[in-house]
Design a protein around this ligand. Structure first.
Ligand code: ZN
Length: 385
């Protein structure tokens, strides 16, 4: 499918805007994605059929922290579809989604809703804020096909995260009454969990139904999930693995454990030497072909950084207390200083993880001035290697 013209903005303007270099702000809140300095983004169409089962619809929110915009996905060969994420609520997203729902290889079943289930990959606003407008569109499309029948509203699903779920209240409370199906307890969001499956609609009735499988992958956020879709040998990775650059995370230990989980999962098929998934459909950026290798590269990158930090801490004789900023200045001495601030955020998260594991000692201080020393057990471990 070709890109959809977007009101008021041409594709040329959008593509010019995408050719930024790395000017990431240094605050941990705004630092969501980090791109290598030279990387340029490929242009993605607004609506793209990726397989007979999957269509990608761009959230129409390109930017420094969203790459080409948030990817949303329709899964299924015909309605009712599963919709993965809903964008950040840009007006231009609604005609793009409508095009994807209408311009489909399989004719619409008029007596069925367009979307039965919306799966939110995590709480971030660029993935969830489109809920009210998307649900209004689905309601309106149903009413135009079935003026005399009440709207069977979709269910909204997410992995629960008790400490941060309140961030979603402003969005869920602005959904019009009757536009979504609440839980029996009256909650807007249906909790989902690792291992849960959703049936995917097929063009022909089959005795062997298709499913997407939920994999809980905390780290980017506590509620981050991936979806495994065997029919496409594909993994929807949301913000845990991106199409370009590297992802950021709230908890590094969780994040690295989740990457390892995805690598282990890829090999977890006793009947086949093949990886369970090959393709990655990320939350931002282009589709990735060699999925398991890509996830391994992400993890390798983190482990390399960790080893660099430990090496720096053990390099001083006599033992010196290092600040986070000293460590950054040593590891990044060949890079311009303007890159040191965003690097400091990542090094800080690595040090906190290593401290939790007892491999470094935190001697006090906060942020860039925090002081660290290699723990004695780690030092003797390394010297015995
Ligand atoms: Zn995110």
């Amino acid at each position: 499918m070709n890109w959809l013209p977007v009101r008021g903005r041409s594709i040329r303007q959008l593509s010019t805007r995408r050719r930024w270099r790395n000017t990431n702000s240094f605050s941990s809140h705004s630092l969501r994605y980090s791109l290598s300095q030279m990387e340029q983004l490929v242009e993605l169409p607004h609506v793209t059929r990726l397989s007979p089962n999957v269509v990608r619809v761009l959230g129409q929110n390109p930017g420094k922290f969203t790459l080409q915009g948030t990817n949303t996905y329709l899964i299924g060969q015909r309605n009712p579809y599963i919709l993965v994420d809903v964008g950040e609520g840009r007006d231009e997203y609604i005609p793009a989604l409508e095009q994807a729902l209408t311009d489909h290889a399989t004719p619409i079943l008029p007596g069925e809703v367009d979307v039965s289930d919306i799966i939110l990959t995590h709480r971030h606003h660029d993935h969830v804020n489109g809920l009210p407008t998307v649900l209004a569109l689905l309601n309106q499309r149903w009413a135009s096909r079935n003026p005399d029948r009440p709207f069977p509203p979709p269910r909204i699903h997410k992995i629960p995260a008790p400490e941060t779920d309140h961030h979603l209240h402003p969005v869920t409370s602005s959904i019009a009454p009757g536009h979504h199906q609440p839980t029996p307890e009256g909650d807007a969001i249906h909790d989902i969990f690792d291992g849960q499956k959703f049936i995917v609609s097929t063009a022909e009735k089959s005795t062997n139904p298709s499913y997407v499988h939920v994999i809980h992958t905390p780290g980017h956020t506590p509620d981050s999930l991936c979806l495994f879709f065997p029919d496409d040998r594909a993994l929807f990775t949301a913000d845990s693995v991106l199409g370009h650059g590297t992802a950021v995370f709230e908890d590094l230990a969780d994040y690295m454990a989740s990457l390892q989980k995805l690598i282990d999962f890829s090999k977890d098929d006793p009947e086949s030497a093949e990886h369970k998934y090959a393709t990655i459909y990320p939350g931002h950026g282009a589709t990735i072909k060699e999925g398991p290798q890509h996830v391994s590269t992400y993890l390798r990158h983190r482990l390399d950084r960790e080893n660099q930090i430990l090496k720096v801490l053990q390099s001083a004789d006599p033992v010196k207390d290092w600040t986070t900023w000293d460590i950054v200045g040593t590891i990044y001495k060949r890079y311009p200083q303007k890159l040191w601030e965003p690097a400091a955020h990542s090094v800080d998260l690595h040090l906190k993880k290593l401290a939790k594991e007892g491999r470094v000692e935190h001697l006090g201080g906060e942020g860039k001035e925090a002081k660290w020393r290699s723990s004695s057990s780690e030092a003797s471990h390394l010297s015995s290697l």
